[in-house]
Design a protein around this ligand. Structure first.
Ligand SMILES: Cc1cc2nc3c(=O)[nH]c(=O)nc-3n(C[C@H](O)[C@H](O)[C@H](O)COP(=O)(O)O)c2cc1C
Ligand SMILES: Nc1ncnc2c1ncn2[C@@H]1O[C@H](COP(=O)(O)OP(=O)(O)OP(=O)(O)O)[C@@H](O)[C@H]1O
Length: 141
């Protein structure tokens, strides 16, 4: 049984998320997803949707076996519990494959890190773009 782990914010779900999660799932037999905590997101605006609601939505996706909220202090904590065989990074996720692999190894967590290269570039295949469009529409009215 190969356990795959995917991660992300998943603020406003869109087909790009489904592509990423489906590709991650294809790497093994079961898919766990760590949903980022609002308190840990510093590289972009905070999500609109609460931690709990984002987990609920990701859990309901057909390709996902288990979704859970991440740690609020150490990203390696949930990995110690989940013990994935593979960590699947998204095409634009700001983690370096080799660096993350090294940091996992230093903590005795020997799972393989791979990057899912597939990406979908439709006009609303990004939570940020959806929010921008909503703002534009309602500012006009
Ligand atoms: C292996 C791994 C473990 C992670 N664990 C956590 C975690 O425990 N808590 C958390 O808030 N974010 C965690 N993250 C980060 C987020 O899931 C997310 O990838 C990060 O905030 C970047 O957001 P974005 O991919 O949606 O742009 C982890 C990321 C990776 C790659
Ligand atoms: N269009 C897309 N195609 C493929 N993968 C995607 C796409 N959008 C997001 N992902 C992947 O989904 C995961 C979660 O991404 P995230 O929730 O940050 O989505 P986002 O919509 O890109 O957000 P934002 O627009 O706020 O940056 C990441 O691993 C990311 O690489």
């Amino acid at each position: 049984m190969v356990r795959v782990l995917a991660t992300g914010t998943f603020d406003l779900l869109h087909p790009g998320h489904i592509l990423y999660l489906s590709e991650a799932r294809r790497l093994g037999d079961e898919l766990y997803v760590i949903v980022a905590r609002e308190s840990m997101i510093r590289h972009k605006p905070k999500p609109i949707i609460s931690d709990e609601q984002r987990v609920e939505m990701v859990s309901a996706l057909k390709v996902v076996d288990v979704a859970l909220s991440g740690s609020e202090s150490d990203i390696f904590d949930p990995i110690r519990q989940i013990r994935p065989d593979i960590i699947a990074l998204g095409h634009d996720q700001g983690f370096d494959v080799e660096q993350l692999q090294k940091e996992l190894h230093e903590r005795g967590l020997d799972c393989k890190v791979v990057r899912v290269e597939s990406s979908l570039s439709c006009s609303l295949c990004s939570s940020g773009k959806i929010i921008k469009k909503v703002l534009e529409r309602y500012q006009k009215e």
